[in-house]
Design a protein around this ligand. Sequence first.
Ligand code: ADP
Length: 167
Amino acid sequence: MIQPIKAVFPGSFDPITNGHMDVLSRACKLFPEVTLAVLQNQRKASKNLFTIEERLEMLRKATEHLPNVRVEAFGGLLVEYMRERGATVILRGLRAVSDYEYELQIAHLNRQMNPDVETVFIMAATRWSYVSSSMVKEIASYGSKEVSKMVPPASAEALVKKFAEQQ
Ligand code: ADP
């Protein structure tokens, strides 16, 4: 018998954008449980604008309306984290061919480490395919309000607060 599939959407979400939200809300129609697994990576920590606690709070606010979404931090190997949670699907978004090469390698590696794990890709919506967390941070750093069109309100608020603190 096929068990209800638990999916995990891993990422930095620094911050979460409308592109991530689109992938997530579409995945919620496919899987009974989707966990946003926020990468707590020591090596990448200095590259992140938001702390892990700030990102968890932002993500919880942004996904309040999605009942089958959980938000958690994770470190270490993704496949180990999934094994512990009984999750078998890794969810990733694809924006362009440039994402594909990297994603293909990671998907193969993860399946090599745990053959029960499948990576499922959701194509980015055309309207958000140009949006990335790094571009959003760049635009927000100049104080532009345009980012509020590219991110959920929880991210927009967090960006304004963060750049005000840095002034
Ligand atoms: P990572 O640091 O793991 O790349 P990100 O938070 O940047 O984490 O992205 C997480 C996932 O969301 C990746 O699969 C990425 O391709 C996807 N993604 C990022 N931006 C978008 C977007 N605008 N539309 C759809 N998917 C996206």
